[in-house]
Design a protein around this ligand. Structure first.
Ligand SMILES: Nc1ncnc2c1ncn2[C@@H]1O[C@H](COP(=O)(O)OP(=O)(O)O)[C@@H](O)[C@H]1O
Ligand SMILES: [Mg+2]
Length: 308
């Protein structure tokens, strides 16, 4: 399946969009709240029902004890957000001061996301939060760069306003460079447009010199519910936000598959319609992490058909 990382230049809807995608997915899905500045789902969507004893920080602690401990921790620290257990959330940090402790764990966590996607069949959405820069590059501890390197697509979330675009513009080159030097290439980078403002997709694309890969409507009532500050809409699944998120996810999955195929078969030779053998995983990490099979076994337990 697909690993999609969402980032922003300034708070503009990363967490809301990631949650909308996770809730709307027609396949098993996982939202990993990996914003180094701290998670907001715990106090928001979960209405403080999840304690600090559950979440991302504990994965970093477990990672120091080895891969088995990490696998166990992944299984123990995901929170199901639907009755079937098909949609899961890894709640984020409770304190930004925990972020430096995660710096050495990001590569292992990136591997976990890859395995959950490639072997576990999950659509993984990573909330990587607001980007921080240092000397023109992604900040080594305040941005979870290894998660971006390992993602199929990295989406810079912007609103359709000039203010949002002005800030986002400073992030495009550092992101391009990072993905070119250490990720799967600048082609993984695109924009997720939140339609709160006058700018149309082509204007956004021109301003940022990036493709707008998906768009979500401005829908305050549903967004307030997802932030834990509003009542549940009568039909959440039929809301414009979740409907568009479902469609966006479909487009993004297709784009990621096309990209993976193009990376395996050089663009000068169009891929044949019927391939002789199934393509291996887009990145090799999954094959290197068989110890994480336990994660998948446990996550698969009790999985039923998706609700929507
Ligand atoms: N599509 C949307 N429609 C309406 N409001 C939104 C939408 N996306 C985000 N918001 C609102 O914007 C604010 C910031 O959203 P959030 O997802 O927390 O941003 P970030 O994670 O980037 O900091 C919240 O009040 C949220 O309800
Ligand atoms: Mg957020």
């Amino acid at each position: 399946m697909t690993v999609i990382a969402l980032v922003s230049a300034k708070s503009c809807g990363v967490t809301t969009s990631a949650l909308a995608m996770t809730l709307s997915s027609t396949r098993p899905s996982l939202l990993a709240e990996c914003d180094p500045a701290g998670g907001t789902l715990r106090a928001g969507f979960f209405q403080a029902q999840i304690t600090a004893g559950t979440g991302l920080y504990h994965l970093a602690v477990a990672e120091r004890a080895g891969e088995d401990a990490l696998a166990q921790a992944v299984a123990n620290h995901l929170v199901a957000i639907d009755a079937s257990g098909n949609r899961q959330v890894l709640p984020g940090l409770t304190d930004p001061a925990q972020a430096p402790a995660l710096a050495r764990s990001w590569p292992a966590l990136a591997q976990v996301m890859r395995v959950l996607s490639d072997e576990g069949g999950y659509d993984v959405v990573i909330d990587a939060g607001r980007l921080a820069l240092e000397s023109g590059r992604l900040h080594p501890t305040l941005t979870p760069a290894p998660l971006l390197h390992g993602a199929d697509l990295v989406l810079l979330v912007v609103r359709a306003t000039d203010q949002s675009l002005a800030l986002a513009r400073h992030m495009t080159d550092p992101l391009r460079n990072e993905l070119t030097d250490r990720g799967t290439g600048a082609g993984a980078l695109g924009v997720l447009l939140i339609e709160d403002g006058p700018r149309r997709a082509h204007e956004v694309s021109d301003a940022l010199r990036l493709p707008v890969m998906a768009a979500l409507p401005w829908e305050p009532d549903t967004a307030a519910y997802l932030a834990g500050t509003g009542r549940a809409p009568r039909k959440l699944n039929k809301s414009a936000l979740l409907g568009s998120a479902r469609m966006a996810l479909g487009h993004l999955q297709a784009a990621a598959s096309r990209r993976a195929l193009h990376q395996q078969y050089p663009q000068t030779q169009p891929a044949p319609a019927a391939l002789p053998a199934p393509a291996p995983a887009a990145t090799p990490v999954a094959a290197d992490a068989p110890q994480l099979a336990g994660v998948l076994q446990r996550l698969g337990q009790g999985r039923k058909d998706p609700r929507v």
